[in-house]
Design a protein around this ligand. Sequence first.
Ligand SMILES: [Zn+2]
Ligand SMILES: [Zn+2]
Length: 207
Amino acid sequence: MDKNQARGESTTGISEWKQRPPYRIHEKNDDFDAKYEANCHCGKVKYQLSRREPLDSKLCHCTTCQTQHAAPFQWAAIFHKTDINFTNGHHDLEWYDPTEKSIEHKLPCKVRCSFCHSPIMDEGRNMILLFPSLIHLKTDEDRALFKPRCHMFYGQRVMDIPDGLPKWSGLSDESELIEDSPPKKVRELERKREEEREERFKKGENE
Ligand SMILES: [Zn+2]
Ligand SMILES: [Zn+2]
């Protein structure tokens, strides 16, 4: 049976959630090729990653991230749930659902170490958002792969980051590009939206 894990609790034994990614522990013969190691502040929670380049890397300025991380913004790298392998402490995780403000394991949710409370990841329905600050990036090459590619919820920011990266007012690709976003990207987006409008208009005419 699925046993939920509430704040500060540790669960021993194999609960149903521990058998599914991202919590399923890989066996020696699974040939999980560990590219990186990571750990929380106290070291109780440790994990490995098998993917070298994150699917995306973003800075989120939304007020939930500001509060949850007690920081001006959050740095998150996106991975598949199967890219992670907990080598320690998956019994020592706690969950928080920011939508319901509950500590149930309901997706999407925030996952923390139940001992030192370091944020470990945001678990979405299909993906996980990891915090690169916990990952041991040893070479400049690895650091370059994790470099943030855009800012999102920049409309809610508490400080300006004039770095020339694309800046979305809300969700990336679904809101407006604002402030010092690269002009080329802004024009591309405008063109794409104009094409979509024309497409909708044509469809409307033919109906
Ligand atoms: Zn910890
Ligand atoms: Zn956010």
